[in-house]
Design a protein around this ligand. Sequence first.
Ligand SMILES: [Zn+2]
Length: 312
Amino acid sequence: MSSQNIPATQHIKGACGLAPETVKVVESNPDFSHPHAVFGKDKLWPNGSDISYSFFGGTANQQAAVQSVVVEWTYYANINLTQADDHDADAMIRIGFNANGGSWSAVGTGAEKIKKGELTMNLGWIADSPTISADDRGTILHEWGHALGLMHEHQSPARGGTLTLKTDKVYAYYRATQGWSNDLIKSQIIDVYNLNNVSNFSKLDTTSIMMYFMPASMNAENIEVRVNNKLSDMDKAYILINYPRKRPHPKAKDWTLERALGVAGVPAEDIKGYLGWSDESIRTEFEAWNILQRQKELGKALVYVQYWGAAD
Ligand SMILES: [Zn+2]
């Protein structure tokens, strides 16, 4: 498929910028190796956090769309979301709806590094309509995934085992459809995350809400990544393990910690151990297991990423 054939909504939906704080993190780590759910290192909120959010603008329809969609993350993550008054400079997540500002978000606790009163998230593409489209749902879930600590799936250190980007095609596509500079394309699409900046990540999950749409022509494996507007099972499992729920949410009764660990690939004999641990131990043990596991699967590719990680 040529880039010209892609419908306009997908051009836009295909790319989410990151908050200034995050861009700096990515750009300061040049990594051109080809070695994902991907969590930012030290970006997770404490488990069980009450996370307040405030709207800085937006119509009643747009605000209602966010309120009704974002709650889905809380079925899996052990966090509470509370809405503060509009324009509350002290709210932890500050959401704008600037139509020309694109869609972007700070990653997890990175929001604390943004000056009070300034936006930590912009949702530039949400329709002013009482009906929520699948695309709008996807955008809200994606940006809130960032707000909870998730990074982009397509920049996962695990990408190399699954997707080999045709970089000339990638540059041409984003220059044509987004008007991005080569530097921006490199930092947002081509570069994979450095292991210093991620805490845990799954095998590449092309159905993740954090994965960009990608035409088959952009990778050697000819995999067409569709626009994802729903949380994948891996998204649910990883957010649940990183914000451990000792009891499933009434709206997702079958999503126990046990199931989430199974979906993530933790061997059955090890799962029992996790169930008795503190929230903090669950996170750290899972992180340790996860890195070892990915290392086994990716072999040299991951070691190569680590080398670059150690160099900066
Ligand atoms: Zn994004």
